[in-house]
Design a protein. Structure first.
Ligand SMILES: Nc1ncnc2c1ncn2[C@@H]1O[C@H](COP(=O)(O)OP(=O)(O)OP(=O)(O)O)[C@@H](O)[C@H]1O
Length: 468
């Protein structure tokens, strides 16, 4: 039988949980203080712990690490007060299963409990997790495996997830994987690119509109929020969402209703939010460019995807699988891949990550024609140079960079990445001097997107631009 410990000082809430859980066939034990909870968990094993954060003798978060590490590894569901999403966020980072927010209705609590119960029962039956559907994600590196574990965790709860990482690292692919492994899998997954829509367009795109709601609204249109009902709404480039829209979306998420522009009635809606960004939203909050309350609401869990250059052998696996796929797609004989081709690829920095790699593979297939084996000469010239850099006589400027990096390190010779980072940092400083406070000019001069520029400035702790 599943055993549940309820830790809450409110007798009515305890009674409520006891009734709900006993109806679900669980055995319950109640503790009103942290000290009592500690005594119970020292003596007995529990499968699930419902933990209130505000307790008379301390904050529930203080005992989270002890609870997570109990021999029975219980699933912990946090009970937070109104507006205490921050507590839930910290709890997730400490390994909580899910959270429910007071005041709650039966529906709000029974779903996370049922899912935790189901998970526990399956765990007991098989002693292992249900295999994750990878949804086209390739890679076996340890860092990628950690991200997949996070996907599994995220898929088994209904909490909002923020996927972060450089451009092209697979944020949308991972968001889909969470959806496809979740209980919402049979319902729609609706992605929306917040960066590509103007402020006026984004409101009607998300919320929909009635016929005649504004000039040009010649027919009624259902918004993406309603299209995602029962499923997942993915807010890609969420850092680009205007402040006014953040406020409107926050209300939809809190009240679970949506009102199309020009509509009189509010419509009930049930969506899960997964967002993606490569901006530092915490810095944006400090600069008042992003709402703090909205950030807490959409970032109950966070999954950070590492750049391709840090994924070790994944690059080789992606190349082999994708070359096979491309050869089939273009109806070509299967192609072999030489070691030196892989080595040359691996010596590159891949600022555009997997998307950039896939473009290069497309180029290689086209340039190889009927050649049976891919070699370095089938790569675009820029990508071959990176490997040659090691072999060419060191130029004066390069020598300076190397000396400079060595001054600040104990190594005998600097890594290629350390030199690149030094160069990148110096380049950005010069770019900022040249472009002044003009963000658009900086993008034009450097030929990189605004999102990438911000990510780099953030990486090197360099000042951003104002609101221009
Ligand atoms: N691990 C992976 N295995 C195979 N393909 C991948 C992997 N990660 C990403 N891709 C592919 O790389 C491309 C870029 O991925 P995706 O659009 O998910 O990146 P992103 O991080 O959302 O990019 P951006 O920030 O620019 O929107 C897609 O074609 C995706 O299918």
């Amino acid at each position: 039988m599943i055993r549940v410990l309820i830790v809450d000082d409110d007798s009515k809430i305890c009674l409520f949980f006891e009734t709900v859980l006993e109806r679900m066939g669980c055995e319950t034990v109640t503790a009103k203080r942290i000290s009592e909870a500690k005594k119970f968990t020292a003596k007995e094993a529990f499968d699930i712990i419902l933990l209130d954060l505000e307790l008379p003798d301390g904050n529930g978060l203080d005992i989270m690490p002890d609870l997570v590490n109990l021999p029975s590894s219980p699933e912990i569901i946090i009970i937070t007060g109104t507006g205490d999403i921050r507590g839930a966020e910290i709890a997730f980072k400490n390994g909580a299963w899910d959270f429910v927010q007071k005041p709650f209705r039966l529906d709000d609590v029974s779903l996370p409990i049922q899912r935790a119960l189901q998970y526990r029962k399956e765990k007991m039956a098989s002693h292992r997790l249900i295999p994750l559907k990878r949804s086209r994600i390739i890679g076996e590196s340890q860092v990628l495996q950690q991200c997949l574990d996070e996907v599994g965790k995220a898929a088994s709860t209904d909490a909002s997830v923020m996927v972060t990482g450089e451009t092209g690292t697979g944020k949308e692919l991972f968001a889909r994987a969470i959806h496809e492994n979740s209980k919402r899998a049979s319902k729609p997954f609706v992605p929306v690119d917040c960066g590509s829509l103007t402020e006026t367009l984004i409101e009607s795109t998300l919320f929909g509109h009635e016929k005649g709601a504004f000039t040009g609204a010649s027919h009624k249109q259902e918004g993406l929020i309603l299209q995602a009902d029962g499923g997942t709404l993915m807010l890609d480039e969420v850092g680009e969402l205007p402040l006014s829209m953040q406020k409107a979306l926050l209300r939809t998420l809190q009240e679970r209703v949506v009102r199309p522009i020009g509509g009189r009635k509010e419509i009930k809606v049930d969506i899960r939010i997964i967002s993606a960004t490569n901006l530092s939203l915490d810095s944006m909050v400090k600069e008042k460019q992003f709402r703090e309350d909205f950030l807490y609401r959409i970032r109950a869990m966070e999954i950070h995807l590492p750049p391709l250059r840090d994924r070790g052998k994944d690059i080789e696996e992606i190349v082999l699988k994708k070359i096979h796929e491309l050869s089939k797609r273009y109806k070509l004989e299967a192609k072999a891949v030489s070691d030196e081709y892989i080595e040359t690829l691996a010596s590159n920095n891949w600022p555009g990550n997997i998307r950039e790699l896939l473009n290069v593979l497309d180029y290689s297939i086209a340039s190889a024609g009927n050649d049976p084996t891919l070699v370095s000469k089938h790569l675009p010239p820029d990508y071959r140079i990176s490997k040659l850099e090691f072999l060419l006589p060191v130029k004066k400027d390069t020598q300076q960079i190397i000396d400079n990096v060595l001054e600040n390190s104990d190594s005998e010779f600097p890594s290629l990445n350390a030199c690149r980072e030094k160069l990148e940092r110096d380049y950005l400083k010069r770019l900022l001097e040249k472009a002044g406070s003009n963000r658009k000019a900086a993008c034009r001069l450097s030929g990189i997107s605004q999102a990438r520029l911000y990510a780099l400035l953030n990486k090197y702790n360099l000042p951003g631009f104002g609101s221009n």
